[in-house]
Design a protein around this ligand. Structure first.
Ligand SMILES: Cc1cc2nc3c(=O)[nH]c(=O)nc-3n(C[C@H](O)[C@H](O)[C@H](O)COP(=O)(O)O)c2cc1C
Length: 330
């Protein structure tokens, strides 16, 4: 997606601010914490992290920044839909750690057909924890997703179905067993998962997770949001995932986490435009030594940021988001 490097002159249209923030906020975020805030000025929209929503297990804020990076991609796409090139400055005022990016309107340039498809697919994208439909992903899509990741400064490494997958599956299951013994991790999941009658606009809703049913053949162990409470409404039985992939960055600092998030949202939205969805698995990456082990055992050429499995699905169900008015940084 094209961007403009130099400073812009166009003011942000006041009547588009809600649209811009709402589009950004459709992004995935760990446990649907939505750890972002926005400040709209005349000339730019600033994206802030909201550390009150950072998970305790996410000690250095890596998952929070990946989530915010995903929102940043949505904001860029929304700017494109207004007919301008986005001008993006990462960390425009470095001492202000929470201020992650400043996005303004650059030169006018009409949206491309590819960008329009992404925008149309954005509300359809969801984290797919239920069964995939049988079938392989459309020809050429994986190469296109790898190109998306590269264009955002990340790498989408495809994991081979035999040895690579088995190693990853074993490590993921071991990490899951370990986290099940950690009371604070379980408490945090309880805090961010919602029963079917809960009307809150954040957290993972019961409709988006199963009561039980893991592990499934060909599916990596998924995070257990139900925790024996019989809240989950999803079915799980189904064919294996078509593809397993890991999103990598060559370096592992805050800017890389923001890049990984932008790559994640671009890849997931592009896949959704072809009715391909992904389950996301980060519990093994929340432990530094397990993260290193994954990098080592799979000979990955970078730091693993997100683990995902892709497959086909014929329906979608969006999860709730807080309204743009609740996301304003004062
Ligand atoms: C950094 C990050 C880590 C995530 N980790 C997991 C995970 O380990 N397991 C999982 O099922 N979903 C994971 N997710 C998906 C979120 O739970 C999901 O994005 C959120 O609940 C909102 O739902 P949606 O993606 O369907 O819009 C993760 C998302 C992000 C951005």
């Amino acid at each position: 997606m094209p961007e403009q490097a130099s400073r812009p002159t166009m003011p942000i249209p006041a009547d588009q601010v809600t649209y811009l923030i709402g589009t950004a906020a459709r992004a995935p975020s760990v446990h649907n914490t939505q750890p972002w805030r926005f400040r709209a000025g005349d000339g730019a929209i600033d994206l802030y992290a909201d550390p009150r929503r950072r998970l305790r297990v996410d000690k250095d804020g890596r998952e929070m920044l990946i989530s915010c990076g995903a929102a940043l991609f949505g904001l860029r796409l929304a700017v494109r839909s207004l007919g301008y090139l986005p001008v993006v400055e990462l960390f425009p005022d470095p001492p202000r750690l929470r201020l992650l990016a400043r996005v303004s309107l650059g030169e006018p340039a009409p949206m491309t057909a590819g960008e329009r498809q992404l925008l149309e697919a954005l509300p359809r994208r969801h984290t797919h924890r239920g069964p995939f439909a049988p079938g392989s992903v459309p020809a050429g899509l994986l190469a296109a997703l790898q190109h998306d990741a590269l264009a955002e400064g990340a790498t989408l490494a495809l994991i081979d179905r035999s040895l690579g997958y088995q190693r990853l599956a074993d490590i993921t299951s071991a990490a899951d067993r370990r986290q099940r013994r950690e009371g604070d991790v379980q408490e945090e999941i309880r805090h961010w998962s919602r029963d079917p009658d809960d009307r809150r606009r954040d957290g993972v809703p019961a409709a988006a997770f199963p009561t039980r049913g893991y592990p499934q053949p060909g599916r990596l162990m998924q995070r257990d949001f139900d925790l024996g409470r019989s809240l989950g409404l999803l079915q799980t039985e189904g064919p294996p995932a078509a593809v397993t992939a890991i999103l990598l960055t060559s370096v592992d600092h805050r800017a890389d986490w923001l890049r990984a998030g932008q790559a994640l949202q671009r890849v997931l939205t592009h896949a959704a435009s072809r009715w391909v969805f992904a389950s996301l698995h980060t519990q093994p990456l929340e432990n530094a030594s397990i993260r290193l082990l994954i990098r080592d055992r799979l000979s990955l050429p970078g730091a693993p940021q997100m683990i995902m499995q892709f497959g086909l699905a014929h329906s979608t169900r969006p999860t709730p988001r807080r309204s743009p008015a609740d996301l304003i940084e004062l």
